[in-house]
Ligand binder design. Structure first.
Ligand SMILES: NC(=O)C1=CN([C@@H]2O[C@H](COP(=O)(O)OP(=O)(O)OC[C@H]3O[C@@H](n4cnc5c(N)ncnc54)[C@H](OP(=O)(O)O)[C@@H]3O)[C@@H](O)[C@H]2O)C=CC1
Ligand SMILES: CC(C)(CO)C(=O)C(=O)O
Length: 345
């Protein structure tokens, strides 16, 4: 099986590196990133597995979309803002029977790929775990979880290859609902990025969790208005999550042991973006909630304020973001919620 990974960053290198054991993998990425991999190969750590070294010769390394020609599967792992451009670049190079699979956060990437690649098979995927590039060429999986992908005969060979490579994967027939559930989780990316803390430390503090609960409450209200039901991906149903998040630390730790089973290095992808001075995905996470609320005559002032704070952090450049303590961030978001309520009258 030939697999091309378009967007060789944290997720792309992790998926591609794992799959290299069972498939002919091409990683397509930026020249500087590919130079690093050409000289050192990849080292995959964490995820409860033994370290896996991928020699430079075990994967093809490329910098242009023509390298995806001939692939049976093209996994798209660029950030959401780069999806349309990625699709336009790939358009002239895909093999006739190729399937394009989005392994990205946000709600719109599979749809965007379908629009830009008419007549092509586009599947939705979901990555539940976190991967950070801990050092050049070193990709660390800090949390656990089962990958999900659109089920059916088109994805079956890919799912089988993933399983063979040691990646737990579940084919689903409800990927839009899965993506909505993942969006609820990803509302924490902004909070984690602004906290400057590893996920375990941040989610261990009630004040930060209360910030996430405020975000999720607005998102759930917007989903209800739009008749969207997020899938249940954890023992706690999505609708009860804001309640659970607000529990005292000790009780939360006991109830949400799985959520906190996160190793000490794990951080959100948005933290990594701010740290490296890259634009974040805030518009496709918090921005998605505010847009959905607006479309249904509602407001989402907490998510809107968080989006402003992240944009402010982006404008400060590499690693320059202000670090928000839990209590001060919660006060800021509560003020936004109160203002929103006052404006509604
Ligand atoms: N990291 C994580 O833990 C998780 C991430 N996700 C999601 O997965 C997706 C990928 O995230 P992540 O791996 O962190 O992102 P990264 O930024 O680490 O990786 C994307 C890579 O693709 C490169 N790229 C973008 N456009 C092109 C192009 N046209 N040609 C070649 N290379 C290109 C980027 O370069 P450049 O930066 O120069 O544009 C970057 O190196 C996102 O949607 C994210 O939300 C989901 C779950 C967990
Ligand atoms: C795995 C998770 C939820 C970690 O925050 C993520 O999706 C991300 O970092 O973008």
């Amino acid at each position: 099986m030939k697999i091309a990974v378009f967007g060789a960053g944290s997720i792309g290198c992790h998926l591609g590196g794992m799959l290299a054991e069972v498939a002919d993998v091409t990683l397509v990425g930026r020249p500087a990133a590919m130079d690093v991999l050409r000289s050192r190969g990849l080292l995959l750590t964490g995820g409860g597995r033994a370290e896996r070294r991928v020699a430079p010769a075990a994967v093809r390394l490329a910098t242009g979309p023509q390298a995806a020609a001939g692939a049976d599967y093209v996994l798209v792992t660029v950030k959401s803002a780069a999806t349309a451009q990625a699709a336009r670049e790939l358009a002239g190079h895909l093999a006739p029977g190729a399937a394009v699979v989005s392994f990205q956060n946000g709600l719109r990437n599979p749809g965007l790929l379908r629009e830009e690649l008419p007549g092509r098979t586009v599947l939705a995927g979901m990555v539940p775990y976190n991967v950070v590039q801990a050092a050049p060429g070193v990709f660390h999986q800090g949390t656990a979880g089962v990958l999900m992908v659109d089920g059916g005969e088109r994805s079956a060979p890919l799912a089988a290859a993933m399983a063979q490579a040691g990646l737990a994967v579940e084919p689903r027939d409800d990927m839009p609902e899965v993506q909505h559930a993942k969006l609820l989780m990803n509302l924490n990316n902004a909070i984690n990025a602004l906290s400057g803390l590893p996920l375990r430390e941040q989610l261990g503090q009630r004040a930060y969790r209360a910030c996430l609960a405020l975000c999720q409450r607005e998102a759930l209200a917007a989903f209800r208005a739009a008749n969207l039901a997020p899938a249940r991906l954890s023992p706690v149903p999505p609708g009860l999550m804001p309640l659970v998040l607000r529990l005292p630390d000790r009780l939360f730790r006991r109830l949400a042991a799985a959520t906190l089973r996160v190793d000490a290095q794990a951080r959100s992808s948005m933290w990594e973006d701010l740290q490296r001075g890259r634009p974040t995905e805030i518009d496709t996470l918090q921005g998605e909630v505010t847009a959905l609320a607006t479309r249904h005559g509602m407001r989402a002032p907490v998510n809107a304020r968080l989006a402003e704070l992240v944009r402010e952090a982006e404008s400060r450049g590499t690693g320059g973001a202000r670090r928000w303590g839990g209590a001060e961030l919660l006060a800021e978001l509560r003020a936004a919620a109160d203002e929103g309520a006052a404006e509604r009258g």
